[in-house]
Write a protein that binds this ligand. Structure first.
Ligand code: CP
Ligand code: NVA
Length: 307
């Protein structure tokens, strides 16, 4: 039985542990593509709690658990007692006595941490207002698949300094790469909220064209994240000059990749030409959610499995 580990933010795993998870991802992905059954989690159950909407996260965890021989159960706020004020700690006690693993998508990180504090089984962050570690797990893996080691490379983040941005910043500290961040005034990175160690792995730029200069990867996300919909109108105005377009991609390295966690809004944070263009790897990035999370679930439940 592996020691109880949670995955609440990106820095919860060390670089060495990520190297293990990525090696396992390669092995699991390759086997899956060859239709070879791999059922290390037979009879195990994953509870998936969603307080916000999702397509990719739900699909990748549910399909992933099934492919590892286990089962996934979907709970949302509307249909469970969580929506009627049952304390998070009580829910965690009960759910973690019935299931072997829990994935939660919620609002404040604090809710997730309270749940994990009362859980007997590993808890995975499926997105909070502050972080989206499973996304960057897939993104870093996808970068490595296409371009090799990410160490020393430059990632340009254009747009909102949101949960996905914060997680890129943590990943930069873990993997030793640089992030150039460009946000409109008033939307800058909050290092404490991003949970950084305080190392200087990112630089802020007021001009997005300067941020993308020399970047190996250009990435962005929606201007308005879930839970912030009331700010949508103001954000559309404030972010108008922060669209990743063909000019921006031209200012990056010739071989720069483009990523987006999806869902995307063509004509807002990204031009159709870019997301549907040759440098974009968004579909591979989305697919890798499935493979990386399978390796993550295996690691959290079984520890360092060998081939
Ligand atoms: N990227 C991502 O987490 O997508 P969903 O919101 O569809 O799960
Ligand atoms: N930043 C976005 C990511 C969605 C996958 C949000 O939180 O809504």
């Amino acid at each position: 039985m592996a020691k109880l580990r949670h995955y609440l933010q990106f820095k919860d795993l060390s670089r060495k542990e990520y190297e293990h998870v990525f090696a396992r991802t390669r092995w699991i992905k390759d086997r899956f593509k060859r239709y070879k059954r791999y059922w290390p989690l037979e009879d195990r159950t994953l509870a998936m709690i969603f307080e916000k909407q999702s397509t990719r996260t739900r699909l990748s965890f549910e399909a992933g658990m099934h492919q590892l021989g286990g089962t996934a159960i979907f709970l949302n706020t509307r249909d469970s007692q969580l929506g009627r004020g049952e304390p998070v700690e009580d829910a965690a006690q009960v759910i973690s006595r019935m299931c072997d693993l829990v994935m939660i998508r919620t609002f404040e990180q604090e809710i997730l941490e309270r749940f994990a504090g009362s859980s007997r089984v590993p808890v995975i962050n499926g997105l909070t207002n502050e972080y989206h570690p499973c996304q960057i797990l897939a993104d870093v893996y996808t970068f490595i698949e296409h371009r090799g080691s990410i160490k020393g490379r430059t990632v340009a983040w254009i747009g909102d300094s949101n949960n996905v941005c914060n997680t890129w910043l943590q990943a930069a500290e873990v993997f030793d790469f640089n992030v150039h961040v460009s946000t409109p005034p008033g939307y800058e990175v909050e290092p404490e909220r991003a949970g950084l160690y305080g190392t200087d792995h990112y630089e802020e730029f007021t001009d997005p064209m300067k941020a993308v200069k020399g970047a190996h990867l250009v990435t962005t996300d929606v201007w308005t994240s879930m839970g912030f919909e009331s700010e949508n109108k103001a954000r559309k105005k404030d972010f108008a000059d922060w669209q990743v377009d063909a000019d921006m991609m031209r200012a990056a390295r010739k071989d720069a990749l483009f990523m987006h966690c999806l869902p995307a809004h063509r004509g807002e944070e990204v031009a159709a030409k870019v997301i549907d263009g040759k440098q974009s790897v968004v579909w591979e990035e989305a697919e890798n959610r499935l493979h990386t999370q399978k390796a993550l679930m295996e690691f959290l439940l079984l520890g360092k499995v060998k081939d």
